[in-house]
Design a binder for this molecule. Structure first.
Ligand code: FMN
Length: 406
């Protein structure tokens, strides 16, 4: 396509990517014992070989107490050699490697995290029924330092970039959002106070990154429900992240415990979700109240673009667009609107080599084939990542449910 930016290189801080595409952090659930596996390596290698500019390993917890899942990465010295094998494989195909670092906060699971979940405030974890304990100031400082430590481990493992997860209702987001932060001390109340923990973590991250690693931050433009962050506060947070020295922002939205489909849009296939669940009482609860707990939010291509354009106008740093990219035309629209990069999640679950296919198919309608039926999301917390099209022995009841989803 004439004047297309898609296959031109561009920079994120000290890092130059070969093109404008990034595989978004989409939880793989492939990390037995919270450690890298051959399966994780194979998947990211296939995305790298498929032409991506940079691929992102999802959802690595900076401390054990931030883990929600038994197959989730936990950043620690002993996994560095395993991660190194993955970054070597990614680099051998000409792509850059990034890792998302975060902490699940009030959604951490006691049996994996080794303690009660912690968050801005005490409360209940509805996903694995335990109490949640409000964090002491000392713990806030410790977790902020753990973010910096995770960056050093990532460098040792050969990553070119880290992506700090400050959105979607995980720990940093739980401090930012007035919905989950009711603290009365210097970490609660005003937006300035609610941003304090994020700023502490960012200081540690930027110091550890030392100018040779790229730092991206995934942040919410809105939480996606009444009582959460709205656009005005989302914008202030983004500006603060720019002041903190982040090299790029990934603009997202949604809150897993309150507005999960705001992140990804469309309908959650509830039968499919419960089919893969292994906790009987949760399975029953979701069967009965799933529609209410996980309300649909209509899908449209590039669903975050309207909000993201407002951020583009007010910010100078490189911005990464994510949300509802299904074809090449979507990517061209986003890049021509002033965004330096696009991230894709589901498109690359459907077709890990979508980027190479676009190189061969010079047409806006060139599609990844993702039908956003959200099967990949429904199975992600219990079993490894897949598109329904790659599961030939899908039980009939699940196939019928997916067929019904438009
Ligand atoms: C299976 C799956 C797992 C996901 N896990 C994460 C995650 O671990 N961290 C994150 O920031 N976003 C996660 N997401 C959200 C994606 O990164 C992305 O923001 C969202 O899917 C919208 O992009 P898309 O329309 O290209 O899929 C996940 C999405 C999917 C489909």
């Amino acid at each position: 396509m004439e004047n297309s930016l898609l296959f031109t290189p561009a920079k994120i801080g000290p890092l130059t990517l070969r093109n404008r595409t990034i595989r978004s952090a989409a939880f793989e659930s492939m990390c037995e014992n919270n450690s890298p596996t051959r399966m994780l390596e194979d998947y990211h290698t296939s995305v790298a070989a498929g032409g991506i500019g940079m691929t992102t390993l999802a959802y690595a917890s900076v401390t054990r107490n931030g883990l929600s899942f038994k197959r989730q990465l936990w950043m620690r010295e002993e996994i560095v050699p395993g991660l190194r094998k993955i970054t070597d494989a990614i680099h051998s195909h000409g792509a850059a490697a990034s890792i998302q670092i975060g902490h699940c906060g009030n959604m951490s699971k006691k049996s994996v995290a080794g303690q009660l979940p912690i968050s801005a405030c005490s409360g209940l974890n509805i996903y694995s029924p335990t109490f949640v304990r409000g964090m002491k100031p000392r713990e806030i400082e410790e977790i902020a330092r753990a973010f910096g430590h995770a960056v050093n481990l990532a460098r040792e493992a050969g990553f070119d970039a880290v992506e700090v997860h400050a959105g979607h209702g995980y720990l940093l987001s739980q401090f930012l959002s007035p919905y989950t932060n009711h603290r009365k001390d210097m970490y609660g109340g005003s937006l300035e106070n609610r941003m304090r923990f994020m700023k502490m973590a960012m200081n540690e991250v930027m110091e550890a990154a030392r100018g040779d690693m790229a730092v991206l931050v995934k942040t919410n433009m809105r939480d996606g429900f009444k009582g959460g962050i709205e656009l005005d506060e989302g914008m202030e947070i983004a500006k603060e992240l720019e002041r903190c020295g982040a090299h790029a922002l990934v603009l997202s939205g949604g809150f897993v415990s309150r507005a999960p489909m705001y992140v990804m849009r469309g309908q959650m296939p509830i039968k499919t979700l419960t089919h893969y669940m292994d906790i009987p009482w949760l399975k029953l609860g979701v069967k009965m109240a799933g529609r209410m707990m996980i309300p649909s939010v209509p899908f449209k291509e590039c669903y975050f673009l309207e909000d993201a354009l407002k951020f583009r106008r007010e910010l100078k740093l490189p911005l990464v667009y994510v949300g509802g990219i299904v074809n090449r035309g979507n990517i061209e629209t986003v890049l021509n609107s002033g965004f330096e990069f696009v991230q894709m999640g589901r498109a690359l679950i459907t077709q890990p080599d979508f980027v190479n296919r676009m190189r061969e198919c010079d047409d806006p309608s060139c599609s990844s084939g993702c039908e956003h039926k959200n099967y990949c999301i429904a199975r992600m917390y219990t079993i490894d990542m897949k598109c329904h099209k790659d599961v030939p022995d899908l039980p009939d009841k699940l196939r019928r449910e997916l067929d019904r989803i438009k």
